[in-house]
Write a protein that binds this ligand. Structure first.
Ligand SMILES: Cc1cc2nc3c(=O)[nH]c(=O)nc-3n(C[C@H](O)[C@H](O)[C@H](O)COP(=O)(O)O)c2cc1C
Ligand SMILES: [Mn+2]
Length: 498
């Protein structure tokens, strides 16, 4: 396997999804599961596993009703360790340190335009025209009330902007509707994919499109990033990998397609004025269903290509705190935006409950410092009702620590503010249906200053807890005893006696 150093730390970066799976296996974090039913069971196992402390990645094979070797990978990047690995960052770093490393790297990424190669494993198997049959692929019914089987929900949709010629490559969920039809769901009309499709439709044309399934994790991460229009997620994935992605022209659409992806669909997105199909409902990342089935644009699939023994990358939304990524990438953007706006002494930013709660830790320098940071963070917290600021002795990535600060440093009558009419979305379960129908999708955000009041922070009762450094010293000297070394010694003595 060819490898490249994608990060300054020199962590070896995978070539493709298979290479990543091998690395995860070497970390001892992969479980192989045979015989699961794609109807609810595969999703159920994924959710239960994601709720355990270890949260292993799962590779499903011998899926009920499907050919052996047609596999599904879930929980790929759901732990801080595996999210770091996917970025080429040392997986042994503490989560907040890993996020900081990413935040710093992201500020000066070198993007790489993809290069064309002449061979692609995904062309090992191709079906065209009437031979196209999506029912061959083990697309799961992830949650009980889902409207149908969804390919992954971690699939990347490829389109070319007809004006600029640049390639957009983002994640929009794909529901299998028929043997040669899928729907592609845009959360709102501002998605780049939705804007591009409309440009073709307005000229009375269909929009050439490809769906990449089983992409490598760098592209999965890039597909989730808010990039400006005109900037290709392919180039961003190249930046994560430290070198260009390798592409081949799609035989049907001519779109550049990642040569080492697992399964690719090619076809066209039909004008919504011609055909839509009911899409959803689908369990969302909030842990709720946001809407009933709704009309959705249809992709007519004219070719399926796949590698031998292909792997779908499945990333079903699940009840929080489970989330697609074990490092809160959007907290990294907020962190760097705080720095860029001149807010000093930010020691960490984190998001909990699947991005729905944002925490900023700062070393307070002046009166109003905490609120300044909080207001910026609140403005940038998509769908988040809670923004908490803590002092620098509190680890923002540790929810118990954060709540300790909230319950011991915040006087609610003085330190909670409410910002109304702020950024949320139609996925928000607490916004009434009639509001959503009238286009109102904003909510309010509570800002909780869980910091020692600035005016008397130096007179605040001292904490009795160890400092992080003190705790590390104790760990170094006594971790064997604390973690059961003492217990093992006892057993040895007992055996000797027995
Ligand atoms: C697993 C996963 C599933 C997603 N599903 C959707 C979806 O169905 N529709 C959507 O509009 N955005 C979805 N998103 C979010 C978008 O991918 C993300 O906001 C992206 O930045 C949009 O890219 P764009 O700016 O090129 O439109 C999903 C993200 C992830 C990680
Ligand atoms: Mn985009």
């Amino acid at each position: 396997m060819e490898v490249r150093g994608g990060s300054k730390a020199g962590i070896v970066i995978y070539k493709d999804l298979r290479g990543f799976i091998k690395q995860v296996d070497e970390l001892g974090a992969l479980r192989r599961i045979n015989g699961a039913d794609p109807k609810f069971e595969l999703g159920g196992i994924t959710e239960v596993a994601a709720g355990t402390i270890e949260c292993p990645a799962l590779l499903f094979d011998r899926i009920k009703g499907y050919e052996k070797g047609f596999r599904v990978l879930t929980n790929a990047t759901t732990t801080p360790q595996r999210a770091a690995l996917a970025l080429g960052i040392d997986p042994a770093l503490a989560p907040l340190d890993a996020l900081k490393a990413w935040m710093q790297r992201r500020q000066s990424l070198t993007t790489h335009k993809p290069i064309e190669v002449d061979k692609a494993p995904f062309l090992e198997n191709s079906a065209r025209g009437r031979k196209v049959d999506l029912r061959k692929l083990p697309a799961p019914y992830w949650h009980r009330k889902d409207g149908g089987p969804f390919i992954g929900s971690g699939s990347v949709v490829i389109m070319r902007d007809p004006d600029g010629g640049w390639i957009n490559a983002s994640i929009y969920r794909i529901q299998v509707q028929d043997k040669d039809k899928v729907t592609i769901q845009f959360d709102h009309p501002g998605r780049h994919g939705a804007i591009i499709a409309r440009k073709y439709w307005e000229k009375g044309k269909s929009c050439p499109v490809a769906v990449v399934n089983g992409e490598d994790p760098a592209l999965f991460i890039a597909g989730f990033e808010y990039l400006p229009d005109g900037q290709s997620e392919y180039d961003f994935a190249g930046a994560i990998k430290g070198g260009p992605m390798e592409m081949i022209k799609g035989p049907v659409t001519g779109l550049p397609l990642p040569a080492f992806a697992e399964i690719i669909l090619e076809g066209e997105l039909l004008p919504a004025s011609k055909l839509t199909l009911p899409e959803g409902p689908f369990g969302e990342f909030t842990g709720y269903y946001a809407a009933d089935a709704r009309p959705c644009p249809v992709m007519q699939v004219s070719a399926i290509h796949h590698r031998n023994d292909p792997i779908l990358l499945g990333s079903p939304p699940m009840k929080p705190p489970r989330f697609h990524f074990g490092l809160p990438f959007r907290a990294a953007s907020i962190w760097s935006q705080l720095e860029q706006s001149g807010v000093t002494d930010v020691v960490g930013v984190w998001q909990h409950i699947a991005q729905l709660m944002t925490v900023v830790a700062i070393r307070q320098r002046y009166s109003g410092h905490a609120k300044r940071a909080a207001l910026i963070a609140a403005a940038q917290s998509y769908m988040g009702r809670l923004v908490v600021v803590v002092d620098d002795d509190v680890d923002p990535s540790n929810l118990a620590d954060v709540m300790w600060a909230v319950t011991t440093r915040c006087e609610p009558s003085e330190q909670i503010d409410i910002v109304r009419n702020a950024w949320s979305s139609a996925l928000d379960p607490r916004i009434p249906d009639e509001d959503k129908r009238a286009g109102i999708t904003s909510h309010s955000k509570a800002i909780i200053e869980a910091v020692r009041p600035f005016g008397w922070k130096d007179k605040y009762p001292p904490t009795s807890a160890l400092t992080a450094d003190e705790a590390r010293e104790i760990e170094k000297k006594w971790s064997g005893a604390i973690r059961g070394g003492a217990a093992r010694a006892k057993i040895r003595t007992a055996r000797k006696r027995g």
